[in-house]
Design a protein around this ligand. Structure first.
Ligand SMILES: [Zn+2]
Length: 146
C-alpha cells in the first residue's frame, strides 16, 4: 500500500510540476507580449518626438542633425513623387481639401464639393533643405556611408 501511495504522490507531484511549467510558459509568453507592446508604444513616442523636433526646429536644425533631417526631406519629396505617379497610373485626382480619391474626370469633389483642378499636379511639399556649410571639412562625413 505504501508503494501505491508513493506512486500516487509522485503522479500528483508530476502533475503539479507540469501545471506550474505550463503556467510559467504562459506567463513568459504574456510577458514577452507585454514587453513588445510597451516597446512599440515607446517607438511611437520616439517617432513623435522626432517629428515634433523636425517641425519645431526646421529653421534652426543643429549641425549634428542636418544629415538625418536632409534624409527626411529627401524622403518626403520622393514619397510625393511616387504618389503623383500612382495617382496618374490609377487615373485619379486627390481632393486637396478633404483628401478624397476621385476619378480624374470629376470636376468637383463628391465628398466636400471642392472644385477640382482640370489637371492635377500634386504640389510637392516644400520639404526644407538643410545645408551644412561646414560639411566639406566636417569629420562626420567620413562616417557616412553611401
Ligand atoms: Zn473633398
Amino acid at each position: 500500500m505504501k508503494i501505491f501511495e508513493k506512486v500516487s504522490q509522485k503522479i500528483t507531484d508530476t502533475s503539479k510540476d507540469m501545471t506550474q511549467k505550463a503556467k510559467a510558459v504562459a506567463d513568459i509568453a504574456k510577458l514577452k507580449y507585454q514587453i513588445t507592446a510597451e516597446e512599440e508604444k515607446r517607438e511611437k513616442f520616439f517617432a513623435q518626438l522626432g517629428k515634433d523636433f523636425f517641425n519645431d526646429n526646421s529653421s534652426n536644425i543643429p549641425d549634428k542633425y542636418l544629415f538625418i533631417c536632409n534624409e527626411i526631406s529627401e524622403s518626403t519629396r520622393e514619397i510625393e513623387k511616387l504618389r503623383q505617379k500612382l495617382y496618374t497610373l490609377k487615373g485619379v485626382k486627390i481632393c486637396e481639401n478633404c483628401g478624397a480619391e476621385l476619378d480624374e474626370g470629376y470636376k468637383f469633389c463628391g465628398h466636400c464639393g471642392t472644385k477640382l483642378p482640370e489637371y492635377q499636379t500634386i504640389s510637392i511639399k516644400d520639404a526644407p533643405d538643410f545645408v551644412d556649410e561646414d560639411a566639406c571639412d566636417d569629420e562626420r562625413l567620413g562616417e557616412i556611408k553611401f
